[in-house]
Design a protein around this ligand. Structure first.
Ligand SMILES: Nc1ncnc2c1ncn2[C@@H]1O[C@H](COP(=O)(O)OP(=O)(O)O)[C@@H](O)[C@H]1O
Ligand SMILES: [Mg+2]
Length: 347
């Protein structure tokens, strides 16, 4: 798989987040993310696809160190980030791992012009230099995200920009500190369909030219196929399947992924012609049992599915799935040998 024959830059190991909600008398636990494990590689885009409420943003926020994980580890360049204690080390981590948010309208301050927005990260991370140098840097950043003529855009205010242009400023701001990882949380979902492709192409260019590792969170499986080298599918706090994007869409293994793709009109037509979005119901994350959360909706569920979440089964083709069907249950197959995915709709 592209760019994967190198060391991962960021790794999540059994990452778990439980939120405690409600009052003292009606305390409930929202199991937002459970045992998420994956690796991000330089020059490689990994998509995390799931319905609204499946835990995608919580994964991103833990990686950005905005939420403290309930358990699990985040390894950056071989170092466990939960061991980071000093402010300067945290600042360093936050410059190397940048976030891009969904809403380009609220992420920019309306009272400041674009120069100000780009100067700030440079100043915070000590990369401003002399007056002339900082101007050059800001202009180079604007050029990199194709906001030209640069002098003109540098002087503009957020309200003078379109949604797509604002997202480009947000990307330029993230780039200012020369990050190695970008965590993009639904970066195009609030933009007009007509300009989404331009932003995805810009990010693809940053992946290829600057070897940035991307985690691309989306509920739009077609854009994952377009932009991501690898795609992981999340359901009710669990990442249930991961594979090279094209493989995942052509030959989904997990019954949930199969259901998602069965509801998509024609995935082969891709992003340009078809808006593909995930729709469905996520179970109440405060009432999850010990088993697979998809079991109540799964047309291939077995008794074992309600006992415990299955572990990860590695399948041929550098892909994996968390489903008992591939552990040899439910079919006259020896354990470990993958069951050929049934055509959609067959019980
Ligand atoms: N700060 C929080 N406090 C309590 N519950 C939260 C918090 N953040 C997210 N959640 C809950 O965690 C679950 C996953 O949310 P989120 O990660 O935002 O999902 P997604 O990004 O996939 O839509 C939801 O049930 C949400 O209500
Ligand atoms: Mg979200």
């Amino acid at each position: 798989m592209k760019s994967k024959n190198q060391a991962p830059i960021l790794e999540a190991v059994d990452l778990t987040k439980h939120f405690h909600v409600g009052s003292f008398f009606s305390r409930r636990i929202v199991k937002a993310v459970q045992d998420a494990s994956f690796r991000l590689y330089p020059g490689h885009v990994t998509a995390l696809v799931g319905e609204s409420g499946s835990g995608k943003s919580t994964v991103i926020r833990m990686l950005a160190r905005l939420y403290e994980p309930t358990s699990g580890r985040i390894i950056f360049k071989g170092q466990d980030t939960t061991e980071i204690r000093s402010r300067s080390q945290m600042l360093q981590y936050r410059s190397e791992v940048q976030m891009i948010f969904q809403d380009p309208f609220s992420s920019l301050n309306p009272v400041h012009n674009i120069t100000h927005h780009l100067r700030r990260p440079l100043a915070i991370h000590g990369k401003l230099g002399s007056r002339a140098e900082s101007k050059d840097r800001i202009h180079a950043l604007l050029k990199r995200v194709a906001l030209t003529p640069v002098e003109e855009f540098a002087a503009k205010y957020p309200h003078q920009l379109s949604g797509g242009q604002r997202q480009r400023v947000a990307i330029a701001r993230a780039l200012a500190v020369e990050p190695e990882v970008m965590l993009a949380d639904e970066p195009v979902s609030m933009l007009d369909v007509s300009i989404r492709l331009g932003i995805l192409n810009l990010m693809a260019q940053l992946r290829d030219e600057q070897r940035i590792a991307f985690l691309y969170v989306t509920h739009d499986i077609a854009s994952a196929r377009y932009f991501a080298d690898e795609t992981m599918v999340m359901y009710a706090g669990h990442i249930v399947e991961g594979a090279e994007s094209e493989q995942l869409i052509r030959d989904p293994k997990h019954p949930y992924t199969q259901m998602l793709l069965a509801s998509v009109p024609d995935p082969a037509r891709g992003l340009r012609t078809q808006e593909i979005e995930i729709r469905g119901e996520i179970p109440d994350l405060t009432k999850l049992g010990p088993g697979c959360p998809f079991a109540p909706r799964c047309n291939r569920a077995m008794d074992v599915c309600n006992t415990a979440m299955p572990g990860r089964t590695e399948l041929p083709g550098d892909r994996w799935v968390r489903c008992y069907l591939y552990e040899g249950y439910g079919a006259a197959k020896p354990a470990g040998e993958p069951v050929v995915a049934a055509p959609q709709g067959t019980p």
